[in-house]
Design a protein around this ligand. Structure first.
Ligand code: CDT
Length: 313
């Protein structure tokens, strides 16, 4: 019997700095209801989907900074998402800023959770590749993710959920081949990926002009080389004066984009994804066990703490 996941990629238009969680969550709920109407098993939201992309500002006031983070999940403002998901029997992935207190110390992460159809959190990922700087520079819209987040400490796990093997990564992670590879070695069949990518931050013109090309290039090659579905979900449009790239898309294990948003606002695209579509690639052209020396990769995964390739366990 075919193993399929009908996935909705829920692009978000701009979120203003002073928008409340309540306002934003109501937009997410609207998209969830639409996805349910399309019989989606799962809806994927972008990185930091509950707030504006706040690391663009050198926020000094700690209380203001804290206001962009979630200290519990679900919390009072996000609980409606979990309740609606359980009521309708639809799962979701959600990017958010996470604040935890450990040994009396505040720890901040750029995180994403995977929630099943009963509203239960089945997986959490913390962003590994934090772009930008930790020091404030005289540069509008600079990325201060290294200032406001710690490097994720959970590796690149995958989860058996929705009848398949799912993984998550966040924004800048998508530009690094090892992100997909570490999940690919664990047999990932669908990667859920949210991003906030601005264009025009004073980079050389050529780099800005190529940004839409590079955005799709990295996700399509990651999908193809690891024989996995990739669901790339953007924050889009003019957010607080910054152009967010959009281009939300669903990519097949062939590397082809099979659905793409057409607007720069809140928009849902849907695709019924056959999880076995990656099988011919894994069996032949990307048959890792057959074509590569697994022992070598086992050594690497042992050193990095990643889960060893399926073939070696
Ligand atoms: N959010 C995020 O990771 N954005 C980065 C932009 C980096 S520009 C300094 C990205 O890779 O899209």
């Amino acid at each position: 019997m075919a193993r399929t996941i009908t996935v909705g990629a829920a692009q978000l238009g701009p979120i203003a700095r002073h928008d409340t969680r309540r306002q934003t969550v109501s937009r997410l709920l609207e998209l969830m209801r639409e996805a349910h109407g399309f019989r989606c098993d799962l809806i994927a939201y972008p990185e930091l989907a509950l707030t504006t992309f706040f690391p663009r500002w050198p926020i000094e006031d700690e209380a203001e900074l804290d206001s962009f983070y979630e200290t519990e999940m679900p919390g009072p403002e996000t609980r409606p998402l979990f309740e609606e998901a359980a009521r309708r029997g639809i799962g979701f992935s959600l990017g958010f800023a996470e604040l935890v207190i450990e040994n009396g110390r505040k720890r901040r992460f750029n995180s994403s959770i995977l929630v099943d159809k009963t509203g239960r959190i089945v997986g959490k990922y913390r962003k590994v590749h934090l772009p930008g700087h930790s020091d404030v520079m005289d540069r509008p819209g600079q990325h201060l993710e290294k200032r406001f987040f710690e490097v994720g400490d959970l590796g690149f796990p995958v989860w058996r959920a929705f009848g398949g093997i799912l993984g998550m990564c966040i924004c800048n992670d998508r530009r690094w081949p090892e992100t997909y590879r570490v999940m690919g070695l664990q047999g990932v069949e669908m990667v859920l990926l949210g991003y906030n990518s601005p264009i025009g931050l004073g980079d050389p013109f050529e780099l800005d002009a190529l940004e839409p090309f590079h955005n799709h290039l990295v996700m399509q090659s990651g999908a193809y080389q690891n024989a996995t579905w990739v669901v790339g979900v953007a924050k889009a449009g003019l957010e607080e004066g910054f152009n967010m790239i959009g281009q939300t898309c669903i990519i097949a294990p062939s590397g082809e984009i099979v659905a793409q948003c057409a607007t720069m606002g809140d928009e849902l695209i849907v695709r019924k994804c056959d999880l076995d579509m990656g099988a011919p690639y894994r069996a032949d052209i990307f048959n890792f066990a057959y074509h590569r020396r697994i022992e070598h990769y086992k050594l690497i995964t042992e050193r990095t703490g990643a889960i060893p390739p399926l073939e070696t366990t």
